[in-house]
Design a protein around this ligand. Sequence first.
Ligand SMILES: [Zn+2]
Length: 121
Amino acid sequence: MERERELERERERERGLERERMSRERFLELLDKRLDQGAKEYGERSFERPERELLEELQLECLDLAGWGYILWERIERVKNKTAVTLRCDVCGLTPTEAAGRGGCDPKRGSTHCWSARRRA
Ligand SMILES: [Zn+2]
């Protein structure tokens, strides 16, 4: 049993390494395409640009990355808020946590909690 779990962990680790290797290959493939595209557009000029200009270009790219990072963060935040759901009882309106502390539905009336997921308002 312990041996089986150990083997499964080893297989999972190997799958993780394989996914990472494939992702790295994809990254390098895309980088190669970008470099080819740049060579077509600018020829050798990129290698001859003054270092001062390259530094300024890099600074602008840093600002772009930070800006896109913020935009992505904001969009993820919106998706998280849209997909966040709260379980509430259809009868008494309590969440499971609230119901655990306060009871909720009246058993004398035969009603028991019936939970359904609701999107966060
Ligand atoms: Zn209830």
